[in-house]
Design a protein around this ligand. Structure first.
Ligand code: 13P
Length: 269
């Protein structure tokens, strides 16, 4: 069997993560986590992650306790283990609270905190070194889409953000395609529009990393709601969702998780 055929046979498990952004204090976190855990008990076919603010991670970890059904993620990380970096949080600090994932290069970090492909690349490499799984975000702005630059922008973000990514750690990686114009706006990309970009990312990953690159999960983010989740995730190259606003409501988040398709094989060629 050729390498490509082996990769084709490997199923991509659906992945749904909630990015809480700067919402929920530690005490509010407890009740939201309890509510989510109460609903997702029987979900066995989807990887589920919640990414609360740093200050809520201890409360989230404590509330989850032995409920490893829901994994914890952070929204950012500094690449150094420790040091004179006022206001930053390191990978080992996150690991101490059982954090398994870290969102890197979210468009809000790129837009408001000068995050670049180069900084994301350094962080992604460092994250896997700390046994954290990076969720690397890419996506074009409305101006870029209207100028017909979507593919070139996304391609250069993927190349740049993974420039130092170790090829033997691809199983740990998740890529989130989040068109900036769809984030928090209620304007969702059509399933076809989203899938085109996901397919582009998958092909690029294959050309950068070989057969294993095409097996990396690519999830969609930007106004995902219970009403549109099933349609988006039914697309062959959309492996799940990175959910903002709707993840702050346990019922909505659960409905989105339920919309994730069961395990399927790669359909990339
Ligand atoms: P919304 O779902 O609120 O549009 O946010 C998407 C997002 O940025 C997730 O990271």
């Amino acid at each position: 069997m050729t390498k490509a055929k082996i990769a084709k046979a490997i199923p991509r498990r659906p992945f749904v993560a909630g990015n809480w952004k700067m919402h929920r204090t530690a005490s509010d976190t407890r009740s939201l986590i309890e509510d989510i855990v109460g609903r997702v008990q029987k979900v066995a076919t989807v990887d589920m992650v919640v990414c609360p603010p740093f200050t809520s991670l201890p409360a989230a970890a404590e509330t989850l306790g032995r409920h490893s059904i829901l994994a914890l993620g952070a929204q950012n990380m500094h690449q150094s283990k420790e040091g004179a970096f006022t206001g930053e949080i390191s990978g080992p600090m996150l690991r101490e609270f059982g954090v398994r994932y870290v969102i890197l290069g979210h468009s809000e970090r790129r837009q408001f905190f000068n995050e670049t492909d180069a900084s994301v690349s350094v962080k992604a490499e460092a994250a896997v070194g700390y046994h954290l799984r990076p969720i690397v975000c890419v996506g074009e702005t409305l101006t870029q889409r209207e100028a017909g630059e979507t593919n070139s922008v996304v391609e250069s973000q993927v190349r740049g953000s993974l420039a130092h990514y170790p090829a033997d750690q691809l199983d740990e990686l998740v890529i989130a395609y989040e068109p900036v114009w769809a984030i928090g706006t209620g304007k969702v990309a059509t399933p076809k529009q989203a899938n085109e970009v996901h397919r582009l990312i998958r092909k690029l990953m294959a050309s950068l990393f070989g057969a294993k690159g095409s097996g990396v999960r690519v999830i969609y983010g930007g106004s995902v709601k219970p009403e549109n989740a099933a349609e988006l995730m039914a697309e062959p190259d959309i492996d799940g969702a990175l959910v903002g606003g709707a993840s702050l409501d346990a019922r909505s988040f659960f409905d989105i998780i339920q919309a994730a398709r069961p395990v399927r094989a790669s359909e990339n060629d």
